[in-house]
Design a binder for this molecule. Structure first.
Ligand SMILES: Nc1ncnc2c1ncn2[C@@H]1O[C@H](COP(=O)(O)OP(=O)(O)OP(=O)(O)O)[C@@H](O)[C@H]1O
Ligand SMILES: [Mg+2]
Length: 263
């Protein structure tokens, strides 16, 4: 089955995941345009990673559907896997292998033709700024360097869509900035980036944001559109994304508490 090329890079329609009686992702619908940097925000346990796993074809939805790079998440998971880069929340590099050996390993996993491997490896090393570390074992690298290498491994096969699940957690601000420079670079080449983060200054770098709470999408828009939603609480120019995040989540949790009492 071939992909549909008339669709946005990522589409979700009523996407839902239940684990037993628990609803982890509840009826999310949204589109991400090609080349867009889309930030997916929400508190711990909101359903971000579960949504990403469904979009990557790693977990089947309980209800609803979605497409990634024109491939259907229900029926075309092989097509999806060949067309995405995925950096999971606990990404895995082999600590005993060197930078180059890790890249070689992932080049094998992604089935990159042997004749192209040297060129792709050189590109990743240059893109991620790893020239000096290429012979070093990963276990000895700093967190920021590991994260850049993991990103490089995730894009070895030049996927058009990239899923990054908290790619910068636990690294210092300079390394995070360097990582975001790479994300911008990918986006400028037309790659679509779907990224989760708990850092609000990173959310500012996104073209558009979706805020999830208890599995539901409670807000969707550009950073400035979202700030407009809570500007009654403070002068618009002083509202931060952290204000937006806290205000909207508190409103939702108050609503949920009222509904609970009414029941
Ligand atoms: N395989 C599973 N079985 C049962 N419950 C699960 C499973 N995977 C996730 N959950 C639950 O679903 C909810 C959403 O989890 P998820 O990992 O998607 O949250 P998240 O938004 O990524 O959180 P964090 O910011 O902490 O990474 C959580 O309550 C989690 O415990
Ligand atoms: Mg998560």
């Amino acid at each position: 089955m071939s992909p549909r090329d008339d669709l946005p890079a990522v589409t979700l329609r009523n996407l839902t995941k239940r684990f037993g009686d628990f609803v982890a992702v509840s009826g999310i619908s949204l589109d991400v345009a090609r080349g867009e940097i889309f930030g997916f925000l929400g508190p711990n346990g909101a359903g971000k990673s579960t949504t990403i796993r469904m979009l990557c074809g790693l977990l089947s939805p309980s209800e609803g559907t979605g497409t990634v790079a024109g491939f259907d998440v229900l029926t075309q998971t092989e097509g999806i896997k060949a067309n995405i880069g995925y950096m999971s929340q606990k990404f895995s590099l082999y600590e005993d292998l060197t930078v180059e050996e890790n890249i070689d390993f992932y080049a094998g996993i992604y089935g990159i033709p042997r004749v192209k491997r040297a060129e792709r490896k050189a590109w990743v090393i240059q893109m991620a700024g790893l020239e000096e570390q290429r012979g070093m074992r990963c276990g000895t690298l700093s967190g920021g360097v590991k994260q850049r290498l993991a990103l490089g491994c995730a894009v070895l096969h030049e996927p058009p869509v990239l899923f990054l699940d908290e790619p910068t957690s636990g690294v210092d601000p300079i390394s995070r900035r360097a990582f975001w420079d790479l994300i911008y670079d990918m986006s400028s080449r037309g790659v679509t980036v779907f990224v989760t983060t708990h850092y609000m200054e990173e959310a500012e770098y996104c073209d558009r944001l979706g805020l999830v709470y208890a599995g539901r999408l409670i807000a969707l828009g550009t950073p400035s559109e979202l700030k407009g939603k809570v500007s009654a609480a403070a002068p618009a120019e002083r509202v931060t994304l952290e204000d937006v995040f806290v205000t909207l989540i508190e409103e939702e949790s108050a609503k949920a508490a009222t509904q609970e009492v009414a029941r």
